[in-house]
Design a protein around this ligand. Structure first.
Ligand code: DAH
Length: 353
């Protein structure tokens, strides 16, 4: 009987040791190792279980009881310790991952509309309000539309004023937005009403860039065709437009000029909005500032687009968007628009898109 008592005694010692280990464990990992050490396959407890076979029928239940006592106490202590350690570990993890919601966020930099876009949209808005359509044409254009259909045949001397970039003999980068006149005229259905359109877009010239010239710039074309359109319609429209863009007190003046696609042709000046006609540096002391070219659509232009000039007439105008933006914002060099210098652009914040 001594042996079984020794065994039970040894198991009590082992349990004491195990409980001490469990209480000292400071992590889930350490706990796991303790479990392997005591109750795992090769663990200490198994050394006792294995001896079961050598015991007598009386001794066996005594050892069995001791083993289950060990297991019960061990498991209880283990579960308690495990719960406490897990709670502690969770608290630590939460503390480590805590978000400081008082930190300032990262501010996104929003772009704003380019001053040329703002100017173009403002002009578009005016004409949309007057019932015009906005129609875009191709930047790579046929010679036929850019020149011939605008009454500039191949040998016309006025072509010299608009040299451009040629793709081949017949295809080029358009020098003005006027070809959209022909493209629109040839498809417009006059039985549905008059044609009133503007056409904004990029144009190109073989020019050397300087403060007032750019090989690429933007224009807005305007075209109205109906029965009985006269110079009075043109000047009334342009007066309303000028007042909108340059101030209510603005007056306009039409000077005779020449364009192959209009007859008569005019150049349109507005009263200087800086000195109001007194004469200053802006208007070169004249009191007037030139803003666009215009006229009554040449009968040839109508005819070439299949429209009978004895029934229909119209007016057209073309203006440079850069020029309007430069005048209104006191910008002295056209190249500023295209250099993307953020210091320049930021002066004309026009709100987000
Ligand atoms: N296309 C001309 C240019 O680029 C501008 C122009 C003048 C357009 C008179 C017109 C117009 O429609 O009637 O210089």
């Amino acid at each position: 009987m001594k042996e079984i008592n020794d065994l039970i005694q040894a198991m009590e010692e082992l349990l004491k040791q195990a409980l001490t280990d469990i209480n000292q464990a400071d992590s889930s990992d350490a706990l796991k190792q303790i479990r392997v050490k005591y109750t795992g396959k090769k663990g200490s407890l198994n050394q006792f279980t294995r001896q079961m076979g050598q015991l007598s029928a009386e001794e066996k239940p005594q050892l069995g009881q001791a083993i289950s006592h060990f297991q019960k106490d061990f498991n209880l202590a283990f579960a308690e310790a495990s719960e406490a350690i897990q709670a502690e570990e969770m608290a630590q993890a939460l503390a480590k991952e805590a978000l400081d919601v008082t930190l300032p966020g990262k501010r996104r930099k929003y772009g704003t509309r380019h001053i040329l876009t703002q100017t173009r949209q403002e002009i578009e808005d005016f004409f949309l309000g007057m019932g015009y359509q906005v129609i875009e044409g191709p930047e790579v254009e046929l010679d036929a539309y850019n020149f011939e259909r605008m009454n500039l045949p191949k040998d016309h001397p006025a072509r010299d004023m608009q040299d451009t970039f040629y793709i081949d003999e017949e295809v080029l980068l358009r020098t003005h937005t006027s070809p959209v006149q022909a493209r629109t005229l040839e498809i417009h259905d006059f039985s549905k009403g008059p044609l009133k359109m503007i056409s904004p877009g990029k144009v190109f010239r073989r020019d050397d860039d300087d403060a007032t010239h750019s090989h690429q710039f933007q224009q807005i074309e305007g075209l109205v065709v109906d029965q009985g359109i006269t110079m009075a319609d043109l000047s009334g429209t342009l007066l309303a437009f000028s007042k909108q863009m340059f101030g209510e007190e603005t007056e306009i003046r039409l000077r005779p000029s020449y364009f192959p696609f209009t007859e008569p042709s005019v150049e349109v000046d507005v009263t200087c909005f800086k000195c109001h006609g007194q004469g200053c540096a802006m208007c070169k002391k004249s009191g007037w500032i030139e803003i666009l070219g215009a006229g009554l659509v040449h009968p040839n232009v109508l005819r070439m687009s299949g429209i009978d000039p004895s029934i229909y007439s119209g007016f057209a105008f073309g203006l440079g968007i850069e020029r309007v933006a430069m005048l209104r914002n006191n910008i002295d060099d056209i190249r500023h628009f295209y250099q993307n210098d953020i210091r320049f652009l930021q002066q004309y914040k026009g709100g987000a898109y």
